[in-house]
Design a protein around this ligand. Structure first.
Ligand code: G3H
Ligand code: 13P
Ligand code: ZN
Length: 333
């Protein structure tokens, strides 16, 4: 048993309480490799922003679960070395799909876990979430649950169309499960293709796709039912068109990629939404930068040469999200 407290990590309880009170959101960035982790920590340390490092089941399979845990421990030391005296870093399991996966993370140093039982029938979602909460809380590990189904692919759970969270269920769900935060469905979805062109309009000047707005009415209903309760938004990449263009210009093929407009994420951050998940934007920044570098330097073959600009591009993107979208800068001085 390794406690996250020994690793210098924190759970989400205080982070979320302050974020809800302060009208900002905590960034939850996924990582699978060293360059992403370096960029996240550099961005958080420079802006003094609390940060959630997210590890998915796919990341655990790709990078090795043990190695990821040591990388997170190293991240705390690295943050201090960068001059961040009291780093507020949470290590979180993203989309945990079973009690066993959540338990294994609690036992190996994660400070927060998500149990995503949103594809199960309501009562089964409650039963599994409650079981995870009862285990995790013994070790002061916080638990995120999900109610409602996002459009697109949720790891291995696919949903043909989105089912918004039903506001009339949230009080019963939060009370009976004891979860610490709740991921809801209000129109966001995972990946770089969040809406079909048919669901969007087109900006007459740029020709770019303009997606339909998020269901803020559903969010406000939920907030009224659970005042001050931490709400989480998954699938919140904005799919910056500069990175889509960079990918496409240098050999990529990402037609009609579209995300959630940042103004809407900024608006959500001011509400009870206190955790915003971003993964695809980091993938786009990294891939765009690598494609560009390799196209411009065909004779280079040292991975450090192309991973350095990729890391810089991701760091720039993370800082932009923290400062201009979520408003979490300076909240972990
Ligand atoms: O919500 C999904 C995250 O973007 C993680 O994706 O399962 O491909 O690592 P992944
Ligand atoms: P994006 O695909 O929009 O980055 O969402 C990531 C996410 O929700 C991770 O859980
Ligand atoms: Zn997600």
């Amino acid at each position: 048993m390794v406690s996250y407290k020994e690793l210098g990590l924190v759970n989400t309880r205080e982070m979320f309480a302050k974020a809800v009170d302060g009208g900002y959101a905590i960034p939850a960035f996924n990582f699978n490799n060293m360059e992403q982790l370096q960029a996240i920590i550099q961005a958080a340390a420079e802006t003094k922003s609390p940060v959630i490092l997210q590890v998915s089941k796919g990341a655990r399979n790709y990078a090795n679960a043990t190695l990821l845990r040591y990388m997170a421990e190293g991240a705390v030391a690295y943050a201090k070395e960068l001059g961040w005296a009291n780093p507020q870093i949470c290590l979180h399991l993203d989309h945990g799909d079973s009690f066993e996966t959540c338990k294994s993370c609690v036992d190996t140093g994660f400070s927060s876990v998500m149990i995503d039982a949103s594809s199960l029938p309501y009562e089964e979602n409650i039963a599994l979430t409650k079981k995870v909460v009862e285990y995790a809380h013994q070790y002061d590990v916080t638990v995120e649950a999900e109610l409602g189904v996002l459009a697109g692919v949720e790891d291995e759970v696919s949903a043909a169309e989105s089912h918004y969270t039903k506001p009339e269920e949230v009080i019963d769900f939060a009370t009976r499960t004891g979860c610490d935060s709740l991921a809801i469905s209000i129109g966001t979805s995972h990946g770089a293709y969040k809406f079909t062109p048919e669901q969007c309009t087109r900006d007459p000047k740029t020709g770019r796709l303009v997606p339909p707005p998020l269901a803020f009415d559903v969010l406000h209903e939920i907030e009224k039912k659970l005042p001050g309760f931490p709400i989480v938004l998954h699938g919140s990449s904005s799919v910056p068109q500069e990175y889509v263009d960079m990918c496409n210009q240098y050999g990529g093929d990402l037609p009609n990629a579209v995300g959630i407009p940042e103004e809407q994420l900024r608006e959500a951050s001011k509400s009870a939404v206190c955790k915003i998940n971003i993964d695809s934007d980091s993938r786009l920044a990294m891939t765009g930068a690598i494609r560009k570098y390799l196209a411009e330097h065909p004779s280079h073959f040292d991975p450090r040469q192309y991973l350095k600009p990729a890391r810089e591009e991701m760091k720039k993107m993370y800082i932009h999200k923290i400062v201009n979208v979520l408003g979490s800068d300076g909240k972990a001085e």
